[in-house]
Design a protein around this ligand. Sequence first.
Ligand SMILES: Cc1cc2nc3c(=O)[nH]c(=O)nc-3n(C[C@H](O)[C@H](O)[C@H](O)COP(=O)(O)O)c2cc1C
Length: 144
Amino acid sequence: MNHIVYMSRAVRPLSDQDLRDLLDQCRYDNARHEVTGILFYSHGNIAQLIEGAPAVIEPLYERIARDGRHSHVLQLANKPIAHRSFAEWSMAFHPLESESFRALEGFLLPHQLPPTPDSLPIADALIVDLVRQAVLGAADQSAL
Ligand SMILES: Cc1cc2nc3c(=O)[nH]c(=O)nc-3n(C[C@H](O)[C@H](O)[C@H](O)COP(=O)(O)O)c2cc1C
């Protein structure tokens, strides 16, 4: 199993409806392909970690990188991992209307994010913490 981590910029700010559509699409497709991970979004900044079989996540990453909704896609890691760090696929962002998102499966408010798992090697955990902080800001780090 491998994980891939990247950062990118939304081409235009994503509305609550855009984020909901992305959440629905990703949750459904990733569950079918046993892809897990986490996506962070705030003010047009995006970072995502995807984990799964290399034969699945490499082409998925290529598709994501070509997606017209974002640009400046920069891959930060692509390497074998011993275990998944995220049991399910989820997405963390601040919606304008939080109430309507609360019950959505796969959605987390940034302050509800679990700490980066101890099972990740230190260098990988550092990348995840860095991208999380870069996108969501230090105030939303539950570990702090
Ligand atoms: C920021 C971002 C993250 C995405 N993450 C995923 C993902 O985790 N899984 C997924 O199947 N599609 C994801 N997509 C959607 C893909 O880019 C693409 O639309 C989807 O794989 C369908 O591709 P196709 O239309 O070529 O079949 C993401 C798109 C964006 C903009």
